[in-house]
Design a protein around this ligand. Structure first.
Ligand code: KG4
Ligand code: ZN
Length: 350
């Protein structure tokens, strides 16, 4: 379907996301491959459940999803009815849900719910790749006004489970260029936050603390920045923070915490922006997309915008609104409708 094609009567879909610790449901109206309107959307997080364990416990997450999915489907449906009083299940084109990657027990809850709805409403099912959906969320950036972004694009997906660079030759086809060889960027944020005693989830807490810190005080490593590989590595950076923290006297730690947070965040931003800009240059990309939970980070957004501004090709920078950076069902709905595919299935994305 070409990008300019408009659908005669807009298609409505219902989408479910349960891959990790956010239960999310959305009903969307799709007017073209690039224009998607949210009719109703809701999300239930699980921070309180997992905070005592400093990380997501899959069995507890699955239990929460099983409790929340019916509640959210009902809530979103009622909300959609206030906007479209004649809405019926037969009006939906399909049900989209996250099929992979994610925590197996959590994915199973979403799949079971989606299958049940599809069976009882006699609708087709669309299994969506979660990382493709993060890239699809860029189409919801308000400045695009439903017109899409110039192609070809490069996409940087930075989340708790993934740090990957993709070539985006079309809205429906994506090719993996490189990915982390160890920790994901979000995972590194969460682990460093834990080292310096910040509450779970670590990413947003670390960003807040870093606002008060000096990003130049600690010269942490910028792993793999200088080589030409499109891959990433964050385990060494995390260990460098651990050793720095361990070597500080107890009395020095309170004053150093914000500087450590700011210096770590700067190191991550330097690596991510450096690699994304290099990929954009070599592929002559007209757009750079940044998506995933870590894309909510303001320092990273500013750093990438700044870096791209210095490239002679001046690619457009597209980042989804913050609520669509972390896991949500709107991105599943968009990706399910445009049916995004990974071109290079040989590369491991799990
Ligand atoms: O995309 P997401 O919701 O889930 C996965 O697919 O993994 O991303 C969650 C990750 C967590 O590691 C979280 O700490 C990180 O995104 N994150 C942030 C920020 N907000 C969320 N990292 C840095 N700064 C933030 N503001
Ligand atoms: Zn995600």
């Amino acid at each position: 379907m070409p990008s300019a094609t408009r659908i005669k009567s807009p298609a409505l879909t219902l989408a479910l996301e349960t891959s990790c610790d956010d239960t999310a449901v959305a009903i969307l109206e799709h007017r073209s491959i690039t224009e998607h309107r949210v009719i109703a959307a809701s999300r239930a997080g699980q921070v309180a459940t997992h905070a005592p364990f400093c990380g997501v416990v899959p069995s507890l997450a699955a239990r929460e999803h099983a409790r929340n999915v019916p509640i959210l489907v009902e809530k979103v449906w009622q909300e959609a009815l206030t906007k479209k009083p004649s809405l019926k299940s037969a009006n939906l084109a399909h049900i989209a849900y996250t099929v992979e990657p994610g925590l197996a027990p959590c994915l199973l809850v979403g799949q079971t719910a989606a299958q049940t709805l599809a069976w009882s409403w006699n609708l087709p099912l669309k299994g969506v790749h979660h990382v493709m959906a993060h890239i699809a969320s860029a189409l919801a950036a308000p400045e695009l006004k439903g017109n899409g972004y110039p192609l070809p694009a490069v996409a940087l997906v930075v989340s708790g489970g993934h740090t990957s660079l993709f070539s985006v030759p079309s809205y429906t086809q994506i090719e993996l260029l490189g990915q982390t060889r160890d920790d994901a960027a979000g995972e590194a944020f969460d682990k460093v936050a834990r080292i310096i005693g910040l509450p779970y989830p670590g990413g947003p807490a670390l960003e807040q603390l870093a606002r008060k810190g000096d990003p130049a005080r600690f010269n942490f490593p910028r792993p793999m920045l200088k080589d030409n590989s499109p891959d990433f590595s964050f385990a060494g950076l995390k260990t460098a923070v651990l050793y720095t923290w361990r070597d500080l006297k107890q009395s020095e730690r309170p004053a150093a915490r914000a500087d450590i947070a700011a210096s770590f965040q700067q190191a991550v931003a330097d690596v991510l922006t450096g690699k994304a800009a290099r990929a954009a240059q070599s592929l002559k990309a007209k757009t750079i997309i940044m998506a995933g939970g870590v894309a909510a980070n303001e320092t990273l957004r500013l750093a990438l915008r700044d870096k791209l501004g210095k490239l002679s090709s001046k690619p457009q920078f597209v980042v989804p609104p913050k609520p669509l950076c972390t896991d949500n069902a709107v991105m599943i709905g968009i990706a399910g409708f445009i049916d995004m595919r990974l071109l290079d299935q040989k590369s491991s994305m799990r």
